[in-house]
Write a protein that binds this ligand. Structure first.
Ligand code: ZN
Length: 255
């Protein structure tokens, strides 16, 4: 392990990597204006009550929580956010033929909007761009539900079964999708370089994926503003702004 290893050392690893896997968290999207949940200016830090909207029991049991959640979804920064230099750098690494997968905790769709291949983006916490019925599991575009909200339905029910609709994101108290998790685990164990970017690595399963990768022999690189519980097993920890570091690494990958 080398704390704050020079970016050039990591760049050299990227230049010879065959399978780079990125594990991304909220920190890669804050430059795009998507607020972090747990950071000092995060949504839950400023308004602990907001967490109720993201708790399955409260959502199912309280219509007012659902109405608030739909207002929140309509106003979400993701609809107008643009990808930033960090997202673009991962697209470059893919175009250089070195990106195996992006495992993301983000629900904002910015990797795909930046140009990353959708089939390489594994969204372990789901996506804001789809809606799922909690009754019949019917999956529909978020835009359709938001149109109904805009037309006056404060809590639009499923058009097939009348059940409760929810964004296709993972709420507190809701299990993660097993198939998605399996893909994430397979991708990380296949990595020869794991880039953990903008994630505090405090939430499982994302945190555990770092261990998988390390055990499988990947070089683990952590790019995050604050210390993480996995800094000790990382081969390099870069505490530099993501928008500065990733473009440099992408440049090395192109060589
Ligand atoms: Zn339904």
């Amino acid at each position: 392990m080398s704390l704050d290893a020079p970016v050039s050392t990591v760049a050299a690893w990227l230049a010879e990597a065959g399978r780079v896997v990125a594990l991304t968290g909220a920190g890669i999207s804050t430059d795009s204006g998507i607020p972090d949940f747990r950071g000092p200016r995060g949504v839950w830090t400023r308004d602990p009550g907001a967490a109720r909207m993201f708790t399955l029991d409260a959502y199912v049991g309280d219509p007012e929580v659902r109405r608030a959640a739909w207002r929140n979804r309509r106003a979400h920064a993701a609809w107008t956010a643009e990808p930033n230099a960090g997202h673009a750098a991962l697209v470059e690494i893919e175009r250089a033929g070195r990106l195996h997968a992006i495992v993301t905790q983000n629900i904002d769709g910015l990797h795909q909007k930046a140009g990353s291949s959708p089939d390489r983006v594994i969204e372990i916490h789901g996506t804001l761009f789809a809606v799922e019925c909690l009754g019949c599991a019917d999956r529909t575009p978020m835009s359709e539900a938001l149109d109904r909200v805009a037309a006056g339905e404060e809590d639009p029910p499923c058009t097939r079964c009348g059940g409760i609709l929810k964004a296709a994101t993972i709420s507190f108290g809701q299990p993660l999708d097993a198939a998605t998790l399996r893909r994430a685990a397979e991708a990380t164990t296949a990595a020869d370089v794991l880039l953990a970017v903008g994630t505090s690595l405090t939430v499982h399963p994302a945190a555990g994926l770092v261990e998988y990768a390390a055990r499988a022999g990947a070089r683990v690189v952590i790019v995050n503003a604050a210390p993480t519980p996995y800094d000790g097993i990382a081969d390099a920890v870069l505490r530099r702004p993501i928008g500065e570091v990733l473009p440099v690494l992408a440049g090395a990958a192109r060589r």
